[in-house]
Each structure stands twice: as structure tokens, then as C-alpha cells.
Design a protein around this ligand. Structure first.
Ligand code: BYC
Length: 474
């Protein structure tokens, strides 16, 4: 008999909740089977210098030590309850926040929680091979940290399903372990989570772009009138920050290395840059175009009655809802969205309530622009002349008003034929992938050493030196 209160650090009084304990007794072994099958390849015996959350207090959520990943303590944490918290938007604004699921919103809330939960194991599945070709022990440790925390985020959603949704919740929790990223018969729910993450450039792009969708979606769910969801998401956000740090610094370090090599050898042409064993900036731009556009799709349709209902019913708010100065009901306001008609992109005002996906996407784009400016500074500081650009919002979209249209990165509406002629300049090609993967054919495991195509980070993890043994191979 496993003592779950010991094994699963928590602040939800797990020891006293018999129903939850029984549900977990069933789910936990299935989760472990999933981790052994779909977690990082050949990683189970490694000792990894990981951060584990053992409480939500400032001194408890970042405990560092060597851990074998299957023994990681996947805890369940909710931010402490604020007794006075209210529903802050929609038709229930001003009511006490719900501590239980309102019957009429049960299936909608379950759907939102399942969609969020589904992304977490999906990303672990997408990244499972990358440990085999890591550029350093530092990077290997970081991907494993991201993986175990995505596992913990799955636990967070499964806790809500088990605790608040009875039998349907238990069935959904099992289905979360059955779907597989990229599987034709039983794929993950959202598009981007079925795309492969075949190399480390893709991984860093994913953690910069797609984990940031995670941040914005979690922020919107943290506003929920369903208080346990809000409190769960608030704690998840503390961990999400590290994932985005890994992405931003990872891409930044690749850019840095490429530019250093370009300056040192006075080369500019992509083929010459590749000849020196680093990733040319044009390929980095194509990866950026891909990950940005695929992630924009994750916000859903520009005009969405689902999004309007989530908001009106107090289930999912806007980014920083309580900091916004308006009526938080949005019955009279409008918001601009874009439509393609007659070969042009036209701006159109629609009821703000229906444009909430678009609004969250725009909030996200603002933060992406800031990150891109920081990467640009890395290039500029080396004296290389190259401008990274964010493609137009409509470029390469499959969800929403731009789906089915052929928009160039500059925002021109093209015919399918014209677009296809340029596709290989705009999106990573088979050759690009083959080249990037050719750089990553083995793993670098000597402490303090880094692969040729990436610069070392500025500092180590938790104040440790760069040549620290972040992962021990036993
Ligand atoms: N792919 O009204 P619509 C993260 C579906 S990332 C496939 O446009 P709605 C993480 C949609 O489900 C954050 N299908 O959209 C990051 C709907 O289907 P039904 C994850 C899509 O409902 C990195 C239909 O199209 N969290 O945490 O307003 C690593 C029409 O829907 C897609 C969330 O997403 C797509 N891209 O909004 C690890 C938060 N987009 O219902 C983790 C929870 C839409 O007609 N999810 N569809 O069968 C939501 O709030 C909403 O489901 C969405 C879609 C914003 C995703």
C-alpha cells in the first residue's frame, strides 16, 4: 500500500480525502506506466539535479537535489484560498467565487480542464527523444526539468477532474494517458501538440512560443470563478516562467553562437555559415515563422461563441482581468478582428465578447514582440547585419479567419500557387531539418562542454558553476 500523502507532496489535505485517494490509487500506476513508455528516452536511471516543489511557500517550491525522474514527487498544489474572492467578470460578477462546480457549467468546465490537461503529457511525448542528442549537461537537465513539471501540470488537472467531476472526471483522466501526440487514431486535442519536436532548435522555439501560450491560457483560467481551477493555475504559472526562460535563452544562445562564428570568419551566406557547423540565421527565421504561426492557432477562432460563453459565465477571463478598467461584462464594447475578402485583409469591429480569443492572442503577440527585440539585440551586439521579423498574424494559419487563405509573412494575400512557390523560403524544409539534425547526432555529456552550435549560458542553475554535473549517468 502506497502512502500517497508521503509520496505526493500536497496542500489539499490528501490524507483525509478518501475519494480522491481511491481515484489516485487507480490513476497513479497508469501515470507511471505512461511515464516509463512516453517519458524521456533512456532517462529512468539518471540522477538529475532537479527543482521539486514541496510547498507553495517561497522556500518550498524550489528545492534542488539529485532525483531519478521516475521517483520525482509529482505534487498537488493550489495557491492558498482567499475567503473573500469573488467571480470578477460576466453575469455572476460580484458573487462569491465557487468552491464547487456549478451544475450548469459542469461539462464546459470539464472540457476546458481536459483541453489544458491534454497539452501537458503531449509536450513530454513530443520531446522524448531529445535527451539523446543534448548539447550539454546543463541543457539536458533543463529539458528534464521542463518534462517533470509538465508531468506535474498534468497531475494538477487530473486532481481537479478526480476531485470535482466524479466518474466522468475519472474517465477523462484515463483518456489523458491514452491519447498520443501525432497518433492518427487517437491524437492530442490541439494542433500544435501533434507536431513533432525533432531537434533542439524546435524545442527552444516550442518553449519560447508554445509554453507562452500556456502562460496566457493559464492566466485567463487563473481568473476563473471556479476557485480551485484559479488557485491551481496560479501555482502552475510559477513553474511556467522557467520553461519560457529555457526557450528564450536557448534560441538566444544559438543566435549568439551563429553570429560569433559569422563575425570571426567574416561569412554571411547560409551555405558558408553551415560549413562552419552552426545554424544560419535564415533557418532560425524559418523555424520562428513555423512555431509562431502554429502557436497562434492555439488561441482558437478569432470570433468564437465558445469564448463568449466562457467569459459570460465566469469560467475563463481575460489576461489580467482584475487589472483591466472596464465593466468586466463587455455587453456594449467592440474589438477589431481581421477578415480576408476580395484579395484583401480587412479590419472589422465585432462584439468584444465574441473576440476574446483574438484579444488574448493580441496580448500574447505583444510579449512575443518584446522577446524578439531581445534576440535582435544579441545579433546587433555582434555587429552582424540581419533582422529577425515576426510574420503577419495571418501567415500559415489553420484556425480562424485566415484559415484557407494564403498570406505571405508581409501580409499580402496570395494565390495558393504563388504562396507555394515561396514556401521553402518561409518555412523549414526537409533539408533544413536534416541539416539541423545532422548537428545533433550525439550527446555532449562532459561537464562544462557545449556543442559547437550553441553558446554557453551566462550562469548555471541555482548558482552552480557551468561545469557542475547537472546529470549523473550511473
Ligand atoms: N487545434 O471557438 P473555437 C499549454 C477547436 S498551452 C485543434 O475556435 P474555443 C502548454 C476547439 O476545441 C495552453 N482544434 O475555440 C504549452 C473547438 O472544438 P469543439 C493550453 C482547435 O473553444 C506548452 C473548435 O475548434 N490551454 O498549457 O473558443 C507545453 C472551435 O473552437 C484548435 C488551453 O488551450 C486548435 N489549435 O477556444 C505544455 C486552455 N483551436 O469544442 C503545455 C483551454 C480550436 O467545437 N482551452 N480548436 O469540438 C481553451 O480555452 C479553448 O479550448 C481554446 C479554443 C482556446 C483552445
Amino acid at each position: 500500500m502506497i502512502d500517497y500523502t508521503e509520496k505526493i507532496p500536497n496542500n489539499v489535505d490528501l490524507g483525509r480525502d478518501r475519494v480522491l485517494q481511491r481515484a489516485l490509487e487507480h490513476w497513479q500506476p497508469a501515470y507511471m506506466n505512461w511515464w516509463y513508455d512516453m517519458g524521456p528516452t533512456e532517462s529512468h536511471a539518471l540522477d538529475v539535479y532537479l527543482r521539486t516543489a514541496i510547498s507553495v511557500e517561497p522556500d518550498g517550491w524550489a528545492q534542488f537535489d539529485y532525483v531519478k525522474m521516475p521517483e520525482y514527487r509529482w505534487g498537488i498544489f493550489l495557491q492558498p484560498r482567499d475567503e473573500k474572492r469573488e467571480v470578477n467578470f460576466g453575469i455572476h460578477k460580484g458573487h462569491q467565487a465557487w468552491q464547487d462546480v456549478p451544475g450548469e457549467y459542469r461539462s464546459t468546465l470539464r472540457r476546458i480542464i481536459v483541453t489544458q490537461g491534454d497539452t501537458e503529457p503531449a509536450s513530454v511525448e513530443q520531446q522524448r527523444m531529445l535527451g539523446m542528442c543534448c548539447p550539454s549537461l546543463y541543457d539536458l537537465r533543463n529539458i528534464f526539468q521542463v518534462n517533470v513539471e509538465e508531468g506535474r501540470h498534468l497531475w494538477a488537472m487530473v486532481y481537479l477532474l478526480h476531485r470535482y467531476f466524479g466518474r466522468d472526471g475519472r474517465e477523462e483522466a484515463e483518456a489523458l494517458l491514452d491519447r498520443r501526440s501525432g497518433d492518427t487514431d487517437n491524437p492530442r486535442i490541439l494542433g500544435a501538440f501533434n507536431e513533432p519536436t525533432p531537434d533542439w532548435l524546435a524545442f527552444y522555439m516550442f518553449t519560447f512560443f508554445t509554453d507562452r501560450d500556456g502562460k496566457f491560457q493559464l492566466c485567463a483560467l487563473a481568473e476563473s470563478g471556479f476557485d480551485p481551477l484559479s488557485r491551481t493555475c496560479r501555482f502552475m504559472l510559477t513553474e511556467e516562467a522557467h520553461h519560457m526562460f529555457v526557450g528564450e535563452t536557448g534560441v538566444g544562445r544559438i543566435i549568439q553562437r551563429t553570429c560569433e562564428v559569422m563575425s570571426e570568419h567574416k561569412v554571411d551566406a547560409p551555405s558558408d555559415v553551415r560549413g562552419l557547423g552552426v545554424i544560419d540565421l535564415q533557418t532560425i527565421q524559418r523555424y520562428l515563422n513555423f512555431h509562431y504561426s502554429v502557436t497562434l492557432d492555439l488561441y482558437g477562432s478569432d470570433v468564437s461563441s465558445n469564448a463568449a460563453n466562457y467569459f459570460t459565465n465566469g469560467l475563463k477571463g481575460r489576461y489580467r482581468e482584475t487589472k483591466l478598467e472596464d465593466d468586466h461584462v463587455l455587453s456594449d464594447s467592440t474589438y477589431p478582428v481581421y477578415e480576408v475578402a476580395g484579395g484583401k485583409i480587412n479590419k472589422k469591429e465585432v462584439p468584444a465578447l465574441t473576440a476574446l480569443n483574438e484579444r488574448l492572442r493580441d496580448d500574447y503577440i505583444g510579449e512575443i514582440e518584446d522577446g524578439l527585440a531581445r534576440w535582435q539585440r544579441v545579433i546587433d551586439n555582434t555587429g552582424v547585419s540581419f533582422r529577425l521579423r515576426l510574420p503577419h498574424k495571418g501567415f500559415h494559419r489553420e484556425i480562424g479567419n485566415f484559415a484557407g487563405h494564403f498570406i505571405s509573412p508581409e501580409g499580402e494575400v496570395l494565390t495558393e500557387e504563388a504562396w507555394k512557390q515561396h514556401e521553402s523560403e518561409w518555412l523549414p524544409t526537409v533539408k533544413d531539418h536534416a541539416y539541423v539534425q545532422s548537428l545533433m547526432c550525439g550527446r555532449v555529456t562532459e561537464p562544462g562542454k557545449f556543442a559547437n552550435w550553441i553558446a554557453p549560458p551566462i550562469r548555471g542553475i541555482n548558482g552552480k558553476p557551468m561545469n557542475f554535473q547537472y546529470v549523473r549517468f550511473n
